[in-house]
Design a protein around this ligand. Structure first.
Ligand code: GZL
Length: 325
């Protein structure tokens, strides 16, 4: 018995040695074409969710590996994520800064680490040079202008002599909030009919949009002629409050919104919103192409604005196709 076990042990050792000797060659793990760290603001709106989905879809198309982190609306989470990307030595960092200030230190760390940073959607404010390589995002100032130009046309068409406006803004100190407001105000400034009764920060959130509208209706009631809301989410929150007050959105109060998501376009088609300025979340293709150019050492554009349009009750809204977000 003992001899048999000894024989088996010897055979096992011989077999192991043979296998060891012809072990498969080390398989080099396949390196990703490019590793991108993405710090996304959150999931506060259909726009944001659509933006995240588009980045992920385009990353798959361009064979880019993503480290996607959701900051849940907190700047400190974005800063921490960027530091993780630096430690991980990603090829490129992309992020949408929730507000414009407060990024100098962490972006200097990325620059010192030799990692290029692409701004997606929103911008930063800084005295420092070259902390970022490119901004891919909407012309928010133009969006504000287009919203105001629609209102001027609407006031002309209705023969209004006085136009009382309430404004529900996006996140304070964010690029879209600052520039949409500036574009709108600059455009109505020359029109004596236009008066902004009050402006409240709705933080791009549906719940805050409802709260703001309720507060504005309590204060101004049916003297409100226009509600200018910086995004569809807040607009959709505000509409039921207008109806609860016994007013008809789209006729008693002119409703102007920005983003152009499916839900708002459907409500536009029902006549409860009068104008939706498009702000496309589909920035993923431009982001991937820019990142791959940077990786290849090629020159990139410093500013990329997507094409955008206005949807309103001046057109045949039945022709508006599916929005995809
Ligand atoms: C605009 C984007 C804004 C959207 C909101 O590009 O930053 O943030 O308008 C989103 O819906 O929350």
């Amino acid at each position: 018995m003992k001899i048999r076990r000894l024989g088996q042990a010897v055979l096992t050792l011989l077999l192991a040695g043979a296998l060891w000797g012809c072990a498969l060659p080390e398989q080099e793990p396949e390196q990703p074409r490019l590793l991108m760290g993405v710090s996304q603001i959150g999931s506060e709106s259909a726009w944001r969710i659509g933006n995240t989905r588009d980045i992920e879809e385009q990353a798959a198309v361009y064979d880019v590996s993503l480290m996607m982190e959701n900051a849940n609306q907190k700047q400190e989470n974005q800063i921490a994520a960027i530091r993780r990307f630096i430690a991980y030595k990603v090829d490129v960092i992309a992020f949408s800064p929730i507000v414009e200030e407060g990024w100098d230190n962490v972006l200097q760390e990325a620059k010192d680490a030799g990692i290029p940073v692409i701004l997606v959607d929103r911008d930063i404010r800084t005295e420092k040079k070259d902390l970022t390589t490119c901004l891919i995002g909407a012309d928010f100032y133009r969006e504000g202008v287009m919203a105001a130009e629609y209102l001027i046309r609407k006031a002309d068409a209705l023969g209004l002599e006085q136009v009382n406006i309430v404004e529900i803004t996006g996140t304070e100190n964010s690029t879209p909030m600052r520039q949409r407001q500036a574009g709108f105000y600059d455009t109505i400034a020359g029109d004596p009919r236009m008066t902004v009764l009050e402006s409240i920060d709705g933080d791009f959130l549906k719940s805050r949009g409802a709260e703001c509208m309720r507060q504005l209706l309590d204060t101004y009631g049916d003297s409100i002629d226009v509600a200018f809301s910086h995004n569809d989410e807040m607009t959709l929150g505000a509409l039921p409050e207008i109806e609860k007050a016994g007013l008809v959105p789209g006729s008693d109060i002119i409703i102007i919104s920005i983003d152009g998501g499916q839900e708002a376009i459907d409500v536009l088609k029902e006549g409860k919103i009068n104008c939706v300025v498009e702000c496309t979340p589909k920035l993923g293709k431009a982001l991937m192409e820019t990142a791959l150019k940077l990786k290849a050492g090629e020159e990139v554009e410093t500013l990329i604005h997507p094409e955008e349009q206005v949807f309103s009750d001046e057109m045949d809204t039945s022709t508006i196709g599916p929005r995809g977000y």
